[in-house]
Design a protein around this ligand. Structure first.
Ligand code: NAD
Length: 414
């Protein structure tokens, strides 16, 4: 694992974008800091009767464009710095896609694998109670992130509803469908990454049928990206997860692979040549989709990357040093804030449906998401050409300029 923290990454990326975008210095001073960070103690009674106190966080990075939106992560490595960095990325992402949201993130430092269902329920409910003063459908709308899912969102929604005295489905997204969760939310991020890859292939005047793909991580994002890309005609020739990587130069039967993972939990045991996970990045493929964790492509392995295109399914999978190396090599990288934005787009649709008291059909949701992603891809593509910069910086410039315009009209309170 490289030394760069994701806090360092966000600061470096913001500084670089600020230089290119020529931002107002007062606005830059504001946007370089989180609006608020709440640190909470979360005591729960464990199954053995003892009390354990966990530390949780919720950061509202910036709320100029509307209520803040972002996931809740349960992981032993959760820190305040990490939560702030992830909240900053959510701020840029929501602005880039032109959603009426600011960015947020939250988390609890815990090992969810070591907790029972009852302990997880108590942890989620007590955390919700502690962040209650800054939670609400017009204030802050959480969603699932690493090691949280629809079940946690149901508990947050119920806790909020019990404490306010009325059922409030608009307080979270990524809920179970029976509670108002949106159709198409589960597939949205991976499907969105595939749509972005298809636009990139078109921009480069290539044919999807000639494109070979390697995907790191075969969870929610990686598996839906694989299925959608295969459906578009691309050949998925390598995939990896925490157990290692497998390859098949003829292309995997992706539906079968997904069924195998659904049943066994990993890609292990599926037919294909096995290789160490880290070798996935040096394979001779056209498109690489890192869809596992942050900081996976770093200065030590970036020189070995042979793919011409990278679509960032995960948040922050490429460190700034690696970004520089890839840029020099001419690798085209579609940044996370665009490539994995399908999830927050459908989360936004879920929130709108909750406010309308309506449920939209899946075809509408898919078409609306695709429309937003395609429009934004070409805006970023054109901005990169105009500013003679990479797609990441172009995306940052567009996102930051939109927040800056909002700031210019609203002004600084008081
Ligand atoms: P997930 O837990 O469903 O899947 C993660 C996958 O990565 C698993 O297959 C796991 O085995 C694999 N993995 C873990 N360590 C690995 C390693 N060292 N090498 C290879 N594979 C490894 O998570 P997810 O929801 O698919 O999220 C993946 C990434 O996408 C995260 O960075 C997340 O923040 C980001 N993301 C997710 C969404 C979403 O809607 N799920 C939205 C935006 C961004």
């Amino acid at each position: 694992m490289p030394q760069t923290s994701i806090g360092d990454m966000t600061r470096q990326q913001l500084n670089r974008a600020a230089q290119t975008a020529d931002l107002d210095p007062d606005f830059l001073a504001i946007i370089a800091h989180p609006k608020r960070v709440l640190r909470v103690s979360v005591p729960i009674e464990m199954d053995d009767g003892t009390v354990q106190v966990f530390t949780g966080y919720r950061c509202h990075y910036n709320a100029l464009r509307g209520p803040v939106k972002g996931g809740v992560r349960f992981h032993p490595d959760v820190t305040e710095d990490e939560v702030i960095a992830l909240a900053a990325w959510m701020t840029w992402k929501c602005s880039l896609i032109d959603l009426p949201y600011g960015g947020a993130k939250g988390g609890i430092a815990c090992d969810p694998d070591a907790l029972s269902e009852r302990e997880l329920r108590h942890l989620t409910r007590r955390y919700t109670t502690e962040i209650m003063p800054i939670l609400g459908p017009d204030i802050d709308i959480p969603a699932p992130d690493v090691y949280t899912n629809a079940r946690n969102m149901a508990w947050i929604m119920d806790t909020y509803s019990m404490l306010t005295g009325h059922t409030e489905p608009g307080v979270v997204t990524g809920k179970p469908e029976i509670l108002g969760g949106s159709l198409g939310r589960k597939e949205a991020t991976g499907r969105g990454a595939a749509i972005i890859a298809r636009e990139l292939v078109q921009a480069l005047k290539l044919d999807m049928k000639d494109v070979t793909v390697a995907i790191q991580g075969f969870g929610n994002v990686g598996s839906y990206a694989a299925c959608t890309l295969a459906g578009m005609g691309a050949r998925v020739v390598a995939v990896s997860d925490k157990t290692g990587a497998i390859t098949d130069e003829n292309g995997f039967p992706v539906e079968d692979l997904c069924a195998h993972v659904e049943e066994s939990g990993t890609i292990d045991g599926f037919p294909g040549a096995r290789l160490p996970g880290e070798e996935l990045f040096s394979l001779d493929v056209d498109l690489l989709v890192p869809a596992a964790l942050e900081c996976q492509i770093h200065k030590n392995n970036a020189p070995h990357v042979r793919a011409k295109m990278i679509v960032e399914g995960a948040n922050g999978p490429i460190t700034p040093e690696a970004d520089h190396i890839l840029e020099e090599k001419g690798t085209i990288v579609v940044p996370d804030i665009l490539a994995n934005a399908g999830g927050v787009i459908v989360s936004y649709f879920e929130w709108v449906q909750a406010r309308q008291g309506m449920a939209w059909p899946l075809e509408d949701i898919r078409a609306r998401m695709e429309g937003r992603l395609k429009t934004t891809f070409w805006e970023v593509w054109d901005e990169a050409a105009t500013c003679k910069t990479c797609l990441r910086m172009a995306a940052y410039i567009l996102a930051l300029k939109r927040i800056e315009q909002t700031y210019m009209f609203r002004g600084l309170f008081p």
